[in-house]
Design a protein around this ligand. Structure first.
Ligand code: GLA
Ligand code: ZN
Length: 671
């Protein structure tokens, strides 16, 4: 499968803002030359160009963009063409204030900044439709244009009157009648009962903000609002040219919207990755970003695009460190190893002003093509050309599925329990994922939608799956009954899809499957001592959360080491139907999870990217039969390979024992 059928090549390039340099035609000339030198083949254009494209209401100016796209194309550079809805011109905000968003305090935004439009505004929708249609009519058939970059990093929500009405319509459609809503939102609590739809407002610190069922619904509604807006943008360009694929750039750890749902509206998933390398533990950072990449691949189970990353440093973190030598290639190829068909940057060239004038770029203010960063970028361009043979080959087929679900994330975060509002869902899932990633085991992420099919997996992991929506407990139960292996944890199966607590024992639907029941949930302080003690005495630290379980007959693999529940089972295994179900009662340190998953992987015979044992910090990831060996340890590492390989990046042989440099990366193909 290829994300960009008009140009089925690894994309290398980035956000390009020639509209900031319209009085400097020499810069465009120079850029095209530098792009060729840097092996850049694609740039994203027009992302924030509305003020240049429509300088006055209804007055359009595409001449400058014609010239830019034609010039790029002459230079062999392709274009991901953006729709400019991420920011709008001052005249529009002034003339039609309704295009601006209303915040959670019910205050209308003023002009400025970006990503702050109202998704319901009929005026904004009309203007966007008009703009997108014109862009499509003018450029969709241009040979340079290979992809629609719809808007930019959609996020947030709006509480204007129009959006409030949409919210009430959405609720009416979902619940039918008020009595049902009152029941499912549990509104007898604190006299929250509604007697008329018009009484329902969006959650707000000015009004109701503690109703968790309402909060979770608001996030679902906001997802649908964004999706509806995205679909309108997409349909405008597709009406002109149905075959040109659409993407919108997603973000890491992004909480606002359910990306599984949003991804249904686009042809290709793309995202923006900004890891904080060298901030302490690069292996942990790499595990975090590996999971982000894996989620992006999993959203549509397709190759994705890395649409933004920095060639050197960002300028919006508290500390903006440069990538150390080697890290640019390593981080870029991590994306490729996980299924990306591109390595793209923010930004091609630094502007002279604006808040991003010091954000890393391929080309710095001095416009030179002989800098360290430029050489790093060129190296990635060359590497992508060498890797073209695996361009449309997928990631190794996953035998493991991790359940990762946005409704669950919101429900976990809104629930007042345990470590109140600090339950760290993403981090928790990441710890489970990391154990498998470090072992070179391929993993899919799936959510709880009805379409999720677990039957093909040897192992399903459901960490902290507090909410079971869409009858997911029954699905997990059937999966185990039919021979699957499940691992679930504390704080799982506690509420249904409406965020209402289950009444007949938790994890719901699974107490007999697990042979365990969560009786209580303990939250402990950082200084508290607690541990998971394996049968053979290996002991691992436990932090944050401990379910105090009732033992219903599962086989005990480990017990708690301290406190009033010392000796109570903490890790169990239970045979159920044709399958097996593990229950992990507490948040155990990474080394403990590693031990648990090593044993499970051995027991199930899970396929690893490489059978050879690798030093800690060196990770193997397989795509298209090529093993990407990545050294995140911050030190040179000795590696011993049993088989003989060729490193596609250098063409050299890799056999026996050799040393991988700091931040080293290799693309090994069996010789
Ligand atoms: C985001 C945006 C870009 C730019 C970069 C800076 O990803 O999409 O426009 O602001 O961040 O890192
Ligand atoms: Zn609105």
């Amino acid at each position: 499968m290829t994300a960009t059928p008009r140009f089925p090549i690894f994309l290398h390039g980035g956000d390009y803002n020639p509209d900031q340099w319209l009085d400097r035609p020499d810069i465009l000339e120079r850029d095209v030359e530098l792009m060729r030198q840097a092996h850049v083949n694609t740039v994203s254009v027009g992302i924030f160009s509305w003020a240049r494209l429509e300088p006055e209401d209804g007055v359009y100016d595409f001449d400058w963009l014609d010239q830019v796209i034609d010039r790029l194309w002459q230079g062999g550079v392709h274009v991901a063409l953006a729709t400019p809805s991420g920011a709008r011109p001052a005249w529009m905000a002034q003339k039609y204030p309704e295009v601006l968003r209303v915040d959670e305090h019910f205050r209308r935004r003023h002009f400025g900044e970006r990503h702050n439009h109202c998704p319901s505004s009929p005026v904004y929708r009309r203007k966007v439709h008009e703009m997108n249609t014109r862009l499509a009519q003018r450029y969709a058939k241009h040979p340079a244009v290979i992809l629609w970059h719809i808007s930019n990093e959609y996020g947030g929500d709006c509480r204007c009157e129009l959006c409030q009405n949409k919210w009430r319509e959405w609720l009416q459609k979902k619940y039918g009648d008020l009595e049902t809503l009152n029941r499912r939102w549990w509104t007898s609590f604190w006299s929250l009962r509604y007697t008329d739809w018009s009484q329902i407002e969006p959650p707000s610190p000015m009004g109701e903000s503690s109703s968790t069922s309402m909060q979770v619904d608001w996030r679902r509604f906001s997802t649908d609002q964004c999706k509806d807006f995205l679909i309108a943008e997409r349909d405008a360009v597709k009406a002109v040219c149905p075959e040109l694929p659409c993407t919108t750039n997603l973000m890491e750890r992004f909480w606002d919207y359910d990306y599984f749902s949003l991804a249904e509206a686009i042809d290709v998933v793309s995202w923006d990755a900004y890891p904080a390398w060298h901030s302490g533990d690069d292996l942990a950072t790499a595990a975090d970003f590996a999971m982000n990449h894996e989620i992006m691949r999993s959203l549509k189970d397709q190759p994705f695009l890395l649409l933004e990353s920095t060639p050197s440093q960002v300028n919006w973190k508290p500390v903006n460190k440069l990538k150390r030598p080697g890290m640019h290639l390593l981080a870029s190829l991590q994306a490729v190893a996980h299924g990306s068909q591109s390595v793209m940057y923010f930004q091609w060239r630094k502007g002279r002003g604006g808040s991003e004038m010091f954000h890393g770029a391929v080309v710095d203010h001095d416009g030179r093509g002989d800098t360290r960063v430029f050489r790093d970028v060129t190296q990635v361009g060359e590497a992508l050309e060498r890797l073209q043979p695996i361009y449309d080959l997928p990631r190794a087929k996953a035998e493991v599925c991790v359940i990762y679900d946005w409704s669950n994330w919101w429900a976990v975060d809104f629930a007042q329990t345990g470590h109140n509002r600090n339950m760290r869902y993403f981090d928790t899932v990441n710890m489970h994922y990391r154990s498998l990633w470090e072992q070179g085991v391929s993993v899919d992420f799936r959510d709880m939608r009805a379409c999720t099919d677990l039957s093909g997996y040897k192992l399903v992991i459901a960490p902290m799956l507090f909410m079971f929506r869409d009858d997911f407990g029954a699905k997990l139960r059937a999966y185990v009954e039919n021979g699957g292996t499940l691992l679930t944890t504390y704080h799982s199966g506690i509420v249904d899809g409406d965020d209402l607590a289950y009444l007949n024992g938790v994890p719901h639907d699974l107490t007999d499957v697990l042979g365990m029941r969560q009786a209580e949930l303990d939250a402990i302080y950082p200084a508290d001592e607690q541990s998971l003690v394996m049968l053979d005495g290996r002991t691992f630290r436990v932090t944050e959360l401990c379910a105090v379980p009732e033992h219903l007959g599962a086989e005990t693999l480990a017990s708690y080491g301290h406190d009033f529940y010392a000796g109570v089972p903490c890790l169990t295994r239970n045979a159920f139907g044709k399958g097996t179900a593990y229950y992990l009662a507490a948040k155990v340190e990474q080394a403990g999870l590693d031990a648990i998953y090593r044993e499970i992987a051995d027991r199930l015979g899970l396929t690893r990217a490489l059978d050879d044992k690798l030093p800690s910090g060196v990770v193997a990831t397989e795509r298209g039969g090529v093993v990407f060996l990545q050294n995140y340890s911050g030190k040179p590492q000795p590696v011993t390979l049993t088989d003989a390989y060729t490193d596609l990046l250098t063409g050299e042989q890799a056999v026996g024992t050799f040393e991988m440099p700091v931040n080293g990366v290799m693309a090994l193909q069996k010789a």
